[in-house]
Design a protein around this ligand. Sequence first.
Ligand code: HEM
Ligand code: HEM
Length: 233
Amino acid sequence: MVIYALGMKKIIRVWDLPIRLFHWLLALGIVVSFITVKMGGNAMELHARAGYCVLTLIIFRIFWGFIGSRYARFTNFVPSPKSLFAYCSGKSRAGLGHNPLGALSVLALIISVGLQAGTGLFANDDIAFEGPFAKYVSNDAVELLTSIHHLNEKVLIILIALHLCAILYYQKFKGENLIKPMLLGDKEIDPSEEAKYLPADLSQASKDGGLQRGLALLLFSLIAVILGYLITN
Ligand code: HEM
Ligand code: HEM
């Protein structure tokens, strides 16, 4: 549904509630993971828990990329080389979701975060703590996956820094506030700016009703239960 506000600004739902919750819980989980690992000792238990939450969120996000609302879908934002080139040379009109360049950083973040949480399950700190799946694989494998967990830490930090810089850049130099839509869900399009956007996008919002939210909750719970079962057994 597309709503017209006073002054005929178009108000369009872009990020559904599941995406927004995913995003802020993901950021929270990662911050908690980094803080607890620096504390070490008993906090490693919390490090692992925060990591399980992050892994659940990432698996959810991957499914949501296929069955979620319009702008959550990979088919909506994963760019072809052609569209990426067109965007970089300023020849394409903007979409409402992730832009082609931003989409690459979204994918890199999802992969790197997933890799971090996934390798954590097999990691070992050589003292008192190991991930719940370490017991199923050889010592060599544990060592390899632990070193990936360490290496990818740097990659993840760089990606997050780029992510924040990009958002700051849009705010400062393009006058575009991306944070508000990620908090509240809607983008407001001024009539004078409509020509900048794809007509197909301006007439279609993301579905974000009770049905979609219920489906997301069901999916998330299912992933959490299955993962929880695998981790505790
Ligand atoms: C969001 C997900 C995660 C992030 C961002 C993360 C991040 C980190 C970081 C930054 C370190 C420190 C590496 C270093 O000392 O340089 C670390 C170590 C470790 N993490 Fe994670 N981790 C995540 C998930 C997990 C999970 C799910 C587990 C296990 C259940 C886990 C188990 C470990 C272990 C055992 C170490 C110690 C490795 C060592 O000190 O040699 N991590 N993690
Ligand atoms: C650990 C920290 C963070 C991680 C791992 C992260 C990751 C992500 C991911 C994966 C997306 C894509 C959303 C999706 O389609 O699923 C995203 C989008 C976004 N994030 Fe973050 N984020 C982090 C922190 C932040 C912070 C602190 C802010 C705000 C200051 C922020 C603002 C945004 C915004 C505005 C978008 C939407 C960008 C767009 O319009 O294309 N993120 N983030």
